[in-house]
Design a binder for this molecule. Structure first.
Ligand SMILES: Nc1nc2c(ncn2[C@@H]2O[C@H](COP(=O)(O)OP(=O)(O)OP(=O)(O)O)[C@@H](O)[C@H]2O)c(=O)[nH]1
Ligand SMILES: [Mg+2]
Length: 392
């Protein structure tokens, strides 16, 4: 409906008002949406006028939180609303849509039913031990629990790729001075963005650029080359680089063909437990040792393979669109707990009996309920919705 916007001082704009009656609104409550012209002066005056009528300002995620509290959305779908807004690629949008459209929720319902079936089997053994009330033998029950555990763990492990598809990835080039990091950075970005020179220690500050690689939004970071230095500015650059490297999803450890630099060994030791690719640059001048990616920033040789290797290292080889993925660390942790509980039930059934196994299954069910928000505590809700923007 077209409306005039009027306060105590008179008319100040005209806009649109949309009325959604409870319970058929986003939040499940009566909702009036007012749209005005975008000038901040008009928006502020409208907000002030509404506040004078007793309306409170929304906090981040306030609308979606109400939708959850009123049973319009479960937590999986609520988190997906945020992911739909953030997704930087079509593949990321698909991850979010799967959760919002209920495909992920339906899979979790199926896992829950299978867990309940196992619980009923154990109950039958507990209620009348000795009587043959159980429908399946112990061996089949153990197998069913192990399958369930593996599926839950498999889904939990999609979180890294899912998150990268939704949010993009940070990939940092590291290595000794003069390895050709900035040259490679420029090749991957497709233009000269970082300074290149034959002088060691050219890059001091961290240089960032965004590129699309295999449908993934990648933020590339070029960093200062590693070496012992007395120069305080270079040392500060190295310290900053190490800080940013700690948050990177993937490290490209670059060294120069035909050279041996102790800094390379040091970096390889320091990053041993991090996802990384070892790259030997300058293969136009000397051969690469086995086991590292050979490239030449000068001739472009090996660059296509490098791009493919980066994508593989970030999201794996399984990039099928119909694969169900999650993109939330909270969901991953709950699925890991479910997987552990189901595995524990399977492991303990034969030697500790059905009571201990049933106890593990109860814990598995609690993890699933945490996941969908069947019984969610206030602090969990606050943590989830704090990430949202206002108006969602
Ligand atoms: N022949 C040859 N020279 C290269 C190649 N890549 C880089 N260079 C040269 O190596 C020198 C160093 O390159 P940079 O890209 O500045 O090296 P860097 O690792 O960023 O160096 P710092 O910023 O000092 O750590 C420059 O003179 C480049 O032109 C390559 O693949 N082949
Ligand atoms: Mg450089």
């Amino acid at each position: 409906m077209r409306v005039d916007l009027v306060d105590d001082e008179g008319a100040f704009d005209d806009g649109l008002a949309v009325w959604s009656a409870a319970p058929r609104s986003y939040t499940g409550e009566h909702t009036l949406e007012v749209t005005c012209h975008g000038n901040p002066l008009v928006v502020e005056r409208l907000i002030a006028a509404l506040q004078d009528c007793g309306v409170q300002l929304a906090e981040p995620g306030a609308f979606t939180r109400r939708a959850v509290e009123n049973g319009k959305l479960d937590l999986i779908a609520a988190e997906a609303v945020d992911q739909v807004c953030r997704a930087s690629t079509m593949a990321g949008l698909q991850v979010a849509r799967d959760a919002l459209d209920g495909r992920l929720g339906a899979h979790l319902v199926e896992l829950r039913e299978r867990l309940l079936t196992a619980a009923a089997e154990l109950e039958a053994r507990l209620d009348l031990p000795g009587d043959d009330l159980a429908l399946v033998d112990d061996e089949s029950l153990v197998r069913a629990l192990r399958d369930l555990s593996n599926e839950a763990r498999g889904l939990a492990q999609t979180c890294r790729a899912g998150r990268i598809l939704v949010d993009g990835a940070r990939v940092a080039l590291v290595g000794p001075v003069n390895a050709g990091k900035s040259s490679l950075f420029n090749c991957l970005v497709g233009r000269t963005r970082a300074l290149v020179s034959s002088q060691a220690g050219t890059t001091r500050d961290v240089v960032e650029a965004r590129v699309q690689l295999g449908g993934i939004e990648v933020t590339l970071l070029d960093t200062a080359g590693e070496r012992l230095t007395d120069d305080p500015i270079e040392a500060a650059g190295l310290a900053l680089a190490r800080e940013l490297i700690a948050e990177a999803d993937l490290l490209l450890v670059v060294h120069r063909a035909g050279t041996v630099d102790p800094a390379t060994e040091l970096i390889l030791q320091r990053t041993a437990d991090r996802p990384r690719l070892e790259i030997c640059n300058g293969i136009d001048e000397a051969a690469a040792p086995p086991g590292v990616m050979p490239v030449s920033a000068l001739t472009g040789e090996g660059l296509e393979e490098l791009r493919e290797a980066i994508v593989r290292a970030l999201v794996g080889t399984e990039v099928r669109a119909d694969r169900l993925r999650i993109a939330s660390a909270r969901q991953r942790d709950a699925l890991e707990s479910l997987a552990s509980a189901a595995a524990e039930a399977a492991d303990t059934l034969s030697w500790a009996g059905p009571a201990v196994a049933a106890d593990a299954i109860t814990r598995g069910l609690a993890s699933l309920d945490d996941l969908t928000g069947a019984d969610t505590k206030e602090d969990v809700l606050s943590a989830i919705f704090a990430r949202f923007c206002i108006g969602k």
